[in-house]
Design a protein around this ligand. Structure first.
Ligand SMILES: C[S@@+](CC[C@H](N)C(=O)[O-])C[C@H]1O[C@@H](n2cnc3c(N)ncnc32)[C@H](O)[C@@H]1O
Length: 207
């Protein structure tokens, strides 16, 4: 597919990827009743596999076929089933009102593309469904995440990208333990995260 898919194919095939789920997703989603979830930019599916093991019905969307295949085979090994979709997140549209939870974890498009991605994710949520977003903080520049500072997050940047139609219940920066970061030996990994619930009509950026 795209060069981004090929780049991540090589990354996942040659170096592997952490399997522990995101600790803040675990904290926030543990109390939810299982339903349908979509993991946008899932990679090998560390968050999807955690949810699937708890009874969630997962759809994983990613440009990397290697990442999707790794997720599907790990799910099968643990007795879970997941659906995978190889697609470009910058154009993929979820079915309207189809999901109870949407995850965008460690995907770092340009600011305009992030707003569009989150708006489409919100459109895929049922009223009452949740959106979880997490990404590297600008403080990580040169240590974790993309080398382009425009693509790293601050609280203000993520707030500006959040779509209308969602009530933001939490949006803040936190330190993530190094064991959950892809480059676990590169020290503290500061992230920005948001947890929001779909109220009514969703999909338009608040900016
Ligand atoms: C840093 S990895 C994160 C994987 C996973 N969400 C996690 O937190 O472990 C970024 C993932 O986003 C995917 N990705 C980035 N841009 C994409 C795009 N435009 N379309 C589809 N997938 C994309 C990559 O293929 C890769 O699997």
């Amino acid at each position: 597919m795209s060069s981004i898919g090929e780049m991540w194919d090589r990354r996942f095939a040659e170096h592997g990827w952490p399997s522990d789920p995101d600790p803040y997703l675990v904290e926030l989603a543990a109390a939810l009743e299982p339903g349908r979830a979509v993991d946008l930019g899932s990679g090998p599916g560390r968050n999807s596999l955690w949810l699937a093991a708890r009874g969630w019905d997962l759809t994983l969307v990613d440009a990397s076929q290697v990442g999707l295949d790794q997720a599907a085979s790990r799910a099968a090994e643990s007795g879970s089933r997941v659906s995978t979709v190889r697609a470009d997140l910058l154009s993929w549209q979820p079915e309207a009102d189809g999901f109870d939870l949407a995850i965008v974890a460690n995907v770092h498009p340009s600011p305009a593309d992030l707003a569009g991605l989150l708006a489409r994710a919100a459109l895929g949520l049922r009223p009452g469904g949740h959106l979880y977003v997490v990404g590297h903080h600008l403080d990580n520049l040169g240590r974790h995440g993309p080398p382009d500072p425009e693509r790293l997050l601050t609280d203000d940047r993520l707030a500006a990208a959040m779509p209308a139609g969602l009530a933001v219940e939490l949006l803040e920066s936190r330190d993530r333990s190094a064991g959950c970061a892809p480059d676990a030996d590169a020290g503290i990994d500061r992230v920005v995260l948001a947890w929001a619930v779909r109220t009514a009509s969703a999909g338009t950026s608040t900016t």
